[in-house]
Design a protein. Structure first.
Length: 111
């Protein structure tokens, strides 16, 4: 099998948000703090036609991001911006960050 980077992928994303939804049997974890609800809210926003995000944005679960006691944890690429201490009702904060990333990308491309 050969591997190759997908640098020419026409489906390239302008914003890719990962939300840790990991559930641990013991100890603190994002899954026990409402991470699935937060992920679902962002997924709904990403698919809302009125937002116009379309295929430019993707929202995914992630496994443990290594800051379990500080969860809920999320990370946005390509910015490489991290959040800790999120709760299930913090969708507006992440929505604003995604929109900001899209706006900056649009500016880079000349408006
Ligand atoms: S369980 Fe979310 S960072 Fe570890």
């Amino acid at each position: 099998m050969q591997f190759a980077p997908m640098t020419k992928d026409p489906r390239a994303l302008d914003a890719h948000l990962f939300i840790c939804t990991n559930v641990k049997a013991n100890g603190e974890c994002c899954g026990a703090k409402g991470a699935a609800e937060l992920r679902d809210a962002l997924k709904r926003l990403s698919k809302d036609p009125s937002k116009g995000w379309g295929r430019r944005v993707r929202v995914n679960n992630s496994g443990c991001l290594g800051h379990c006691e500080e969860g809920i944890v999320a990370v946005l690429y390509p910015d490489g911006r991290w959040w800790t201490g999120l709760s299930s009702v913090d969708a507006p904060q992440l929505e604003a960050a995604v929109q900001d990333a899209l706006d900056r990308k649009k500016e880079e491309l000349g408006g």
